[in-house]
Design a protein around this ligand. Structure first.
Ligand code: HEM
Length: 486
């Protein structure tokens, strides 16, 4: 009897599997035929596949070099490195919405500010966040920021050897700052001189960000059943705990959470995605930019000397420069902008969906992008285009100042490291404050050069595109200098 039942069950299984195979076979064949012969993008743009991987931005850039400013990288996906199209996609009156990539984030969670795809919902949330990043709030974060930079400089002074892994220190610094300003949490990584285990796990979990961005259909297959996302789930529960702790206290100085979570709020779970966003959006972005900036300073010692002279002339012998001391130094901002131009922290850009009527471009060989098309503005390629930035591969901070902007900054719309329009980076002013503070103090205290044997190859080769980048290692030699002396 048991044997009979077993055989019957086995037969049913075979029938189900055969039916499923036929079903999926027919489905895949019809999709392939449709995409090969009937897809609405087919006549406009030929398909150039690029398999998602951790250096996606450089593969996509090669496609742009070969096939032009708009490349079809998926059945209904375009990679765009054309300034007019970028301006239409991100302009103030754009009807483009966030694309399905953002559903990857929501599949795991409730929406955050960044993953809200509904325009109205995003607008409401953004209004709340704006209070945390207006001029008054930013001023209130300055003391915390000054303390972190001061601590970093102190630690680097103690570390002075022939070789300092500067990428680690900058990463620890940026997480310390975001933990503190974001939700009064003390990571203490700079003080302790080592990475918090949680951050290691977060970085491991981020690799999927790039891959799923271009294969969103895999979300349901993998992410929903929870395959391979253990590190992300752990980060989620950590963020929940941190938020609960923060909610019980009244910090002595204002933080971002104080603006976005009501003190009487009972449902903290719905704020966890924003807590995670604060960390993810505000840390690796800033630290990777600072890392590339150090790389450029090592490669361009004249830039370092010029900045040092400007700062010395401005502040004399003052040992530590506060955020407000360096708020208006055009050459310093030029160095930061030039770094973000050549090494954007979100190199493959952001994903949007065109409105039903599509987009009509004003000029050039590309006339029309149909509706409901996924578009990525490829920031890395866009910002290295000689039509917008002459001598694009040369590091020229002066292109951002009166000295050379007329000849070397031909179309500022092509500069989008913080994205643009209604969904742009809400933390960009805070990021600038952080970067000015670190770079100005670093350059005044130390002469920076590549460590013995370092040529900058690892940061070039090992940087991973996980939506934001995780940079490869960079070792530098820091030679202390006496303030006010070159
Ligand atoms: C160099 C540093 C930074 C760079 C290059 C950068 C870049 C970007 C980019 C490209 C976006 C658009 C993302 C998208 O549309 O999906 C973005 C959004 C965002 N950034 Fe930044 N960011 C930086 C620093 C920061 C900092 C310090 C914070 C502080 C919390 C922050 C918070 C955010 C938030 C909350 C969003 C989502 C905004 C929205 O969807 O309305 N970022 N950032």
């Amino acid at each position: 009897m048991a044997a009979l039942l077993f055989t019957a069950a086995g037969g049913a299984l075979i029938v189900s599997w055969t039916a499923a195979l036929f079903y999926f076979g027919a489905l895949c064949t019809s999709i392939l035929i449709y995409r090969a012969f009937f897809h609405r993008l087919r006549k406009l743009y030929s398909l150039r596949w690029v398999l998602p991987h951790l250096q996606y931005y450089s593969s996509a850039e090669k496609l742009h070099e070969k096939y032009g400013e708009i490349v079809r990288t998926g059945p209904r996906e375009l990679s765009i490195a054309n300034v007019d199209a970028a301006a239409l996609i991100h302009g103030p009156s754009s009807r483009c919405t966030k694309g399905p990539w953002y559903s990857v984030l929501v599949a795991l969670d409730l929406p955050s500010l960044q993953s809200s795809r509904d325009k109205q919902e995003h607008k409401v949330r953004r209004k709340i966040w704006e209070r945390a990043f207006n001029a008054k709030s930013l001023r209130e974060y300055e003391p915390r920021l000054n303390r972190h930079t001061f601590e970093l400089m102190g630690q680097l002074k103690d570390q002075v050897t022939d070789s300092v892994r500067i990428t680690d220190w900058l990463n620890w610094y940026s997480f310390d700052v975001m933990g503190d300003i974001g939700f009064s949490h003390d990571f203490g990584m700079v003080r302790g001189g080592k990475e918090d285990e949680l951050i290691t796990k977060l970085h491991k979990g981020m690799a999927g960000g790039s891959i799923f961005g271009h294969l969103t259909w895999m979300i349901n297959l993998l992410v929903r059943p929870g395959v391979g996302i253990e590190d992300i789930v752990e980060f989620d529960s950590w963020a929940h705990d941190v938020l609960k702790r923060r909610h019980k206290i009244q910090p002595r100085e204002p933080d971002v959470t104080g603006w976005i979570v009501d003190p009487d709020e009972e449902d903290l779970a719905k704020h966890v995605p924003d807590t995670k966003l604060l960390i993810v959006a505000g840390s690796d972005t800033t630290s990777s930019t600072l890392a590339w900036l150090c790389y450029e300073l090592c490669k361009n010692p004249a830039v370092q000397i010029k900045l040092r002279k400007i700062l010395d002339a401005m502040v004399g012998n003052k040992a530590f420069l506060d955020v407000e001391d360096v708020a208006n130094v055009p050459y310093l901002d030029g160095i930061i902008n030039e770094t973000m131009r050549l090494h954007p922290a979100v190199p493959s850009g952001v994903q949007r969906l065109t409105p039903p009527e599509g987009l009509t471009l004003p000029s050039g060989p590309y006339k029309y992008i149909p509706g409901n098309t996924i578009v990525w503005t490829h920031t890395h390629t866009l910002q290295r285009n000689a039509d917008y930035f002459p001598r694009p591969m040369t590091f020229i901070p002066e292109r951002w100042t009166d000295e050379m902007s007329a000849t070397h900054l031909l179309d500022k719309r092509a500069f989008q490291p913080f994205s643009a329009g209604t969904y742009n980076c809400i933390g960009q002013k805070l990021a600038m404050m952080e970067m000015r503070s670190v770079v100005a103090n670093l350059v005044r205290r130390f002469e920076i050069e590549f460590a013995e044997g370092e040529k900058g190859e690892r940061i070039e080769r090992d940087t991973q595109d996980c939506f934001t980048v995780i940079v490869g290692a960079l070792d530098v030699r820091l030679t202390p200098r006496t303030a006010g002396k070159s």
